[in-house]
Design a protein around this ligand. Structure first.
Ligand code: COA
Length: 171
């Protein structure tokens, strides 16, 4: 049983928490030795973020037409979502929940909050790692549909390896 979860608009002080959460979810959820993405590869990416520091996150938090919320359990920030209003599409840029809080409905709560803010006037897109089946199941349930199985979207890791992603859209 976890304490009640509250959703707040993110502020610059949350940059540190956001960096920490993103690092933890990446190391837990993104290694995939079957396609050659090792834990060490992901750790290298995280090291790069830590070198860039909180400024990278602060820049995202202050991007025009973007909005970020954090989920809190007491004083602890346990997840976040960042979205962007675009010309043709609005988009979910990132949604991450600390591993020990995953599967408890918090991601759904954050996504619904974000969809409400984005409104219905444009489709909403997101990119998801092809082997992140858990996340894809959640997006399907919320009305997103896979647009492509091709790996035209990728995340490039510091050693040049690429994590394949696919596009999902909610009309
Ligand atoms: C994907 C993510 C944001 C979903 O948030 P969540 O709070 O765990 O999800 P919820 O509890 O609201 O919803 C549960 C549903 O999400 C899916 N899910 C995703 N990740 C899950 C996990 N680690 N554990 C359990 N369910 C998970 C399940 O399919 C579940 O659906 P079901 O109830 O039909 O079985 C979160 O698990 C996470 O941060 N994962 C790692 C980072 C990531 O993949 N981010 C998305 C990038 S596109």
């Amino acid at each position: 049983m976890i304490d009640e979860i509250f959703i707040h608009e993110a502020n610059l002080e949350n940059a540190k928490d956001i960096l920490k959460i993103q690092s933890q979810t990446w190391i837990t959820n993104y290694p995939n030795p079957q396609i050659g993405i090792t834990k060490k590869d992901i750790e290298e990416k995280i090291k790069q973020w830590h070198k860039e520091g909180e400024d990278r996150i602060k820049q995202i938090l202050t991007t025009p037409n973007s909005h970020t919320w954090v989920a809190k359990c007491g004083d602890k920030v346990i997840g976040f979502i960042g979205v962007l209003k675009g010309e043709q599409y609005n988009s979910i840029e990132a949604v991450h929940i600390l591993p020990e809080f995953q599967g408890k409905g918090i991601g759904t709560k954050l996504i619904k909050k974000a969809l409400e803010w984005l409104g219905n006037n444009k489709p909403v897109s997101l990119e998801v790692v092809t082997y992140n089946i858990n996340a894809q199941r959640l997006y399907y349930r919320l009305g997103f549909k896979k647009q492509s199985d091709t790996t035209c979207y990728t995340i490039t890791l510091p050693n040049g390896k690429q994590i394949p992603k696919l596009l999902m859209v909610k009309e």
